[in-house]
Design a protein around this ligand. Structure first.
Ligand SMILES: Nc1ncnc2c1ncn2[C@@H]1O[C@H](COP(=O)(O)OP(=O)(O)OP(=O)(O)O)[C@@H](O)[C@H]1O
Length: 266
């Protein structure tokens, strides 16, 4: 087959080859930008440079030591970057045809009203808005539901006396807008150092999920009486109801940001 290819066809194949690599490198760098993976990558680059210098100067023991390090390189890479690899695969597996638009007036209103009604009552809450990445696997840790997204239902779920007030509520899109599909759901926790020290586990759980998926998380802080949006592993600034409505409108009508990437403060 290759003998029949003209030189211009080879040129096209090379171009395709280089383009695919460029796209993969671009998405990888976008994925790890601002994460601890950048430091690990720098560490690996320093080790690789030391190895090359040891070879060039004939430092046998150093070369032997680093040579063994690199022989297990693939395993080390997978262990170091397991979180980034998981995120990347989730992005690849996400359904690009799925509409991300949950930004109907009713849904925006219900989310804003729900969050601020919790603030007014001095209650905490965690509302996860599913986007392209499916969250069904999380339902097992909680209770599957099928309820309309309404402030009174959200209040009933997060009322401190209610049996299901712990954990998160998950909201999905459906033909009529948004529905609550699970409650009392446990989210994966982010590393303690990924969240400022004055935030507790509710915020860590929001950051943890948003690092792994493209979900948008509304956190209502019981202690501070504030509402924050968490996306791409970043906690946005505390918001007023108007700011929350505008931020939700923007984030839910546009294509979701890559997990692990800040899309600016809410
Ligand atoms: N892994 C988790 N997934 C979902 N929710 C969680 C998880 N861990 C803790 N929570 C929720 O967070 C609540 C405790 O929040 P905590 O006070 O520690 O956090 P916080 O970030 O300081 O929030 P707040 O400002 O509301 O006090 C728990 O009652 C529970 O509802």
């Amino acid at each position: 087959m290759f003998e029949q290819m003209d030189s211009w066809q080879f040129g096209l194949v090379d171009l395709l080859d280089v383009s695919v690599v460029a796209v993969v490198v671009y998405f990888f760098l976008r994925l790890i930008r601002g994460t601890r993976a950048v430091q690990m990558l720098i560490g690996i680059a320093i080790v690789a440079l030391t190895y090359q210098l040891a070879r060039a100067f004939g430092l046998f023991t150093v070369e032997w030591m680093f040579g063994h390090f690199f022989s297990a390189f693939m395993v080390i890479l997978v262990v170091l970057f397991q979180q980034e690899i998981r995120r990347a695969l989730m992005r690849v597996a996400a359904n690009p045809l799925a509409s991300t638009s949950l930004a109907t007036d009713e849904v925006l209103e219900a989310l804003v009203e729900s969050a601020f009604s919790l603030v007014h009552r001095g209650w905490g809450g965690l509302i996860v808005i599913e986007r392209e990445t499916g969250l069904r696997h999380l339902f097992e840790s909680g209770v599957e539901l099928d309820a309309p997204l309404r402030p009174d239902i959200v209040q009933a779920l997060f009322c401190p006396d209610a049996p299901m007030h712990d954990g998160a509520v998950i909201v999905c899109r459906d033909a009529h807008g948004g529905r609550i599909v699970a409650a009392r759901v446990l989210l994966p926790l982010a590393q303690a150092n990924a969240v400022p020290g004055d935030y507790g586990t509710r915020h860590r759980a929001a950051v943890g999920l948003s690092e792994e998926t493209d979900a948008l998380v509304v956190v209502v802080s019981e202690e501070r009486g504030q509402v924050h949006l968490v996306e791409g592993g970043q906690i946005g600034a505390a918001m007023s109801s108007l700011e929350m409505r505008q931020a939700l409108n923007m984030k839910l009508s546009s294509v979701a940001a890559a997990p692990g990437q800040s899309v600016g403060k809410a």
